[in-house]
Design a binder for this molecule. Structure first.
Ligand code: HEC
Ligand code: HEC
Length: 335
């Protein structure tokens, strides 16, 4: 048979088959994938600082302990508003010619997932202090400290940012602890990590394997307010700590605080919804309540929890009072 005796024909046939199959099995599907893959229309690309911060995230090995993927299971609900989809990663391109795409989805969740950390913890002061010394804000944290992202200087220069570190973590340091550019880039990257909402009109994605615990939402009656302690843990504990005593030199104590115990409810609600930056010896509190979309029921429950915990023993407030103030804030801050 000519086919088996002529090595040229044999070779060309084999080569043709190989190339044809490669195109059908690998190349066409890849092109198809590439064409059908796009970021969500409202996705915000990383800015210059955040891109540098991402390099630093890679260089410091953060991905060893932190994932960036919200799996489609109910237990992952706390890490995002919806399960992750392919489009969330479509904007990520090769790092450079020599290095492959770094999605940073991660495989190990020793620390919390960071998909939505820009929403959950937007505070610059908290993030810098946490990178400088995680134990200063989370007592039992096992996250390593990253002191090489900070410098000690005698003066705070123009455009430099001092990290407010509680006294017991400043031992042996005489001078100001200044965040390096790398630290600021890294935090800019963390602040940019926000799950992009699906475009309007898209049916929301559901998490699978739902637990059947109904959330308890109040409707004007104090007796069915949500759990204030749980809400405090979720929204306030990272700075004011579980014992309500805050961190001396960074976050004020709510135990014995004249604002918490006092009767100026408007100030209290304003602090929660709009943030607070009244004193130089403390860091800045951002608009925690607005960012987390706290409802009047939730704010009331948090306030009452703070008024009656850690030895605090003040009169509780009613949902109606809080609601009135929140409605007013909504009107005055409407853009
Ligand atoms: C050895 C594992 C480990 C490494 C490496 C690590 N972390 Fe963490 N991280 C943790 C743990 C555990 C926590 C939870 C306790 C805490 O908040 O400190 C955490 C918490 C965090 C949080 C707060 C998350 C939240 O939901 O409140 C941020 C932000 C964070 N890490 C960023 C980083 C960055 C940036 C790096 C790299 C520079 C890094 N981590 C490296 C283990 C790690
Ligand atoms: C990112 C850190 C952070 C988070 C989270 C946070 N706070 Fe604050 N809070 C601060 C800082 C910093 C101050 C002091 C600001 C100043 O005085 O300049 C403050 C001040 C306060 C005060 C005034 C206390 C006093 O006596 O001066 C109250 C009340 C308060 N916070 C309540 C809350 C509540 C309620 C929550 C949760 C819904 C919360 N905070 C979440 C950082 C935070």
């Amino acid at each position: 048979m000519e086919f088996f005796n002529n090595h040229k024909i044999l070779f060309r046939t084999a080569l043709g088959l190989f190339v044809g199959l490669t195109i059908i099995v690998a190349i066409l599907p890849a092109i198809n994938n590439q064409e059908n893959n796009a970021t969500l229309p409202n996705a915000i690309p990383l800015n210059e600082r955040a891109i540098l911060g991402k390099q630093s995230f890679i260089a410091n090995g953060c991905v060893a302990c932190h994932t960036q993927q919200v799996r489609n299971v109910d237990m992952d609900k706390i890490w995002g508003n919806r399960p992750g989809i392919a489009a969330d990663y479509a904007g990520i391109t090769r790092t450079d010619f020599w290095r492959n795409t770094a999605t940073l989805m991660g495989t190990e969740r020793t620390g919390p997932d960071l998909t939505n950390i820009g929403i959950r913890q937007p505070s610059l002061a908290w993030n810098l202090l946490h990178l400088y010394q995680p134990r200063a804000v989370v007592v039992k944290s096992i996250m390593p400290a990253y002191p090489w992202l900070f410098e000690i200087k005698n003066e705070v220069g123009k455009a430099e940012i001092e990290v407010i570190v509680p006294d017991n973590f400043r031992k042996g340091i005489n001078g100001k602890i200044i965040a390096t550019n790398e630290a600021l880039n890294l935090v800019a990257y963390l602040q940019s990590l926000k799950q992009t909402p699906l475009p309007d009109g898209k049916t929301p994605l559901e998490f699978l394997y739902k637990k059947t615990k109904e959330q308890n939402v109040g409707n004007g009656n104090n007796s069915i307010l949500p759990d204030g302690q749980m809400l405090y843990t979720k929204n306030c504990v990272s700075c004011h700590q579980a014992n309500g005593e805050g961190l001396k030199g960074a976050f004020p104590s709510l135990k014995g605080s004249s604002i918490v115990l006092g009767n100026d409810l408007e100030l209290f609600v304003n602090i929660i919804m709009l943030g607070y930056d009244a004193r130089p010896e403390y860091a800045v509190m951002n608009d925690v309540g607005t960012i987390n979309n706290l409802t009047p029921e939730e704010v009331t429950a948090i306030i009452n929890h703070e008024k009656t915990s850690w030895g605090n023993n003040a009169k509780t407030v009613s949902l109606d009072e809080v609601k009135k103030i929140m409605d007013f804030i909504k009107i005055t801050t409407k853009k």
